[in-house]
Design a protein around this ligand. Sequence first.
Ligand code: ADP
Ligand code: AMP
Length: 210
Amino acid sequence: MRIILFGPPGAGKGTQAALLRDHYKLSHLSTGDLFRAAIKAQSDVGMLAQSYMNKGELVPDEVVWGIAQLGMEKVGFDNFILDGFPRTVVQSEQLSHFLKGRGEAEPIVITLEVGADSLVQRLSRRRSDAETGQVYHLDYNPPPADIPAERLIQRPDDHPDQIRRRLAVYEEETAPVKTYYQQRGAVIEIDGMGDMDVVFGRITEALDAL
Ligand code: ADP
Ligand code: AMP
């Protein structure tokens, strides 16, 4: 099974991708996570990506394609969830061309639909464990009490100015990706509001019905 999990920043893509990975035994490929790992390793790609990410801008397509292609080759092509990629129509075209060249079908596209106010609430209170990478929400999915506060970090792009910019960039550059896939075949729209396990139930129900 190959899935593109699509939606605006804060829609719950990373959260649902982790649940789907465990449930269907898939690899989870998040370009955002790959860039954050590259920043940690202080690689050239990481340093370049950081200058865009910290402003809430998209990393240039050619840089993204390099890291995404490597990621897909590493996990194989049969079972993956793409999270945060493709994020522009150019990236979608690159992916289609690449998969077609390998004789692979287009992935199943699942979109998470969440209102703008909820996106801001989710992003502004998101925290992650610096040691394990586990993502929490201070209100909706609070971290266990035994994790020391200093281990819980807020992403630099989860501050108000960057959140605003990322949501605007989503509307301008990423939302057209949904139309791209709608013109090519099935896109499954999932209501992303409600508890995480409820949203997960909606996704698995839709996938199991295919
Ligand atoms: P994305 O990967 O789409 O940017 P995340 O999965 O990181 O989104 O979720 C953003 C924030 O919202 C995180 O703090 C996460 O814990 C929280 N979250 C995820 N799903 C839900 C949900 N269904 N209800 C409330 N909060 C959620
Ligand atoms: P995410 O973890 O998916 O929220 O991504 C964090 C940031 O990484 C984004 O705001 C972009 O700056 C960058 N990024 C991640 N994936 C992509 C992508 N497919 N295209 C362009 N930029 C990306």
